[in-house]
Design a protein around this ligand. Structure first.
Ligand code: 9MG
Length: 319
């Protein structure tokens, strides 16, 4: 009888847990995070998604190799339809990027980056979805937020000239990521005495610099930067001890999706890393990551559904 009741409640919960495409940008759901006040963007904004669920950030790269067609019109059309599919699947934030950060990628000028991202952001903001801009360039940050982006995702943690002041002025949430070295050479023998201590110390330093410059702590999130100047072992240690980053009391963002560390473990090419990406997404959720940056939004939302159902049952059994 007891088992029957529990099963019934899980089924009912799963049934009630419908993710709609009607996204809202402000909300105030419960969140077991160690910060006293949390910016609305870091909470579950959609009343239909379960309280306490981690947020899914969908990757939308607007680089020439992202869309096979090449023409500007079709790039815009394709990017918008990809974004729409992510919204239907339950995405919380779409991360728009106009410059690739993989080691072999070519540099892109500020003007080119702005021309790539602004038309797409203008279109996407009509859907009411949260939009983050994946850039390190101050002018791109300003153009993106002017067009409707409401978050900055900076893999250089606001260290480029003018980036810190720009973030102060824009007053939107910012993700500060750790990277050892620069994208071009970062994977040439990265070294740490203690990867956790060093990455934690860097992030704490950047948080302090941001707060001293006038950025409200509530706006900040942190990211250990999987794959950015780290060997497979460094990445595995960071994932194993992800709670240490969560313990800093700021929302933790992780990007593991399809990364080469998964290729190293599975010997699979990038287009066959779905299973390994979902596995690490679940591990990150279990360890308290607040935002999971992924390519495969639909499948990761399924992982989240299962994770949330298990968590809810766990909590019910503890009370
Ligand atoms: C842009 N980008 C690529 N990988 C990333 C990661 O792991 N984290 C963040 N914040 N951004 C990333």
């Amino acid at each position: 009888m007891g088992t029957y009741y529990c099963l019934g409640s899980v089924e009912r919960y799963l049934f009630e847990m419908s993710f709609t495409s009607n996204r809202c940008r402000i909300g105030s759901n419960f969140l077991p995070c160690k910060v006293s006040k949390l910016h609305p963007l870091y909470q579950n904004l959609d009343k239909s998604s379960p309280a306490n669920a981690p947020l899914i950030m969908g990757i939308l790269n607007i680089t020439p190799d992202s869309f096979h067609d090449g023409s500007h019109y079709n790039t815009l059309e394709l990017a918008v339809s990809r974004a729409q599919a992510m919204i239907e699947a339950g995405v919380d934030i779409i991360d728009v990027g106009g410059e690739s950060t993989w080691p072999g990628a070519a540099n892109v000028s500020e003007t080119e980056e702005i021309e790539r991202i602004v038309p797409i952001i203008k279109k996407l903001q009509q859907f009411g979805v949260n939009i983050s801009i994946d850039t390190s360039k101050p002018a791109v940050m300003r153009a993106a937020v002017g067009a409707g982006a409401n978050m900055i995702n900076d893999v250089r943690a606001l260290q480029l000239e003018g980036a810190l002041q720009t973030a102060v002025d824009l007053k939107v949430p910012v993700c500060l990521m750790h990277m050892q070295g620069k994208p071009r050479g970062m994977q040439n023998a990265p070294q740490y005495q203690d990867v956790i201590e060093e990455v934690l110390a860097f992030l704490q330093r950047r948080v302090r610099v941001c707060e001293e410059a006038g950025i409200d702590r509530q706006l900040l999130s942190i990211d250990p930067g999987f794959g950015f100047g780290k060997t497979l072992k460094h990445n595995l240690i960071m994932l194993t001890y992800l709670e240490k980053f969560v313990d800093l009391g700021l929302p933790v963002l992780v990007g593991l999706s399809r990364k080469s560390m998964l290729g190293e473990m599975t010997t699979k090419p990038v287009n066959q890393r779905l299973a390994s990406s979902l596995t690490v997404a679940l591990v990150a959720m279990q360890k308290g990551a607040r935002i999971i940056r992924v390519h495969d939004v639909d499948e990761t939302c399924d992982v989240r559904r299962v994770y949330v159902a298990l968590e809810k049952l766990n909590r019910e059994h503890k009370t």
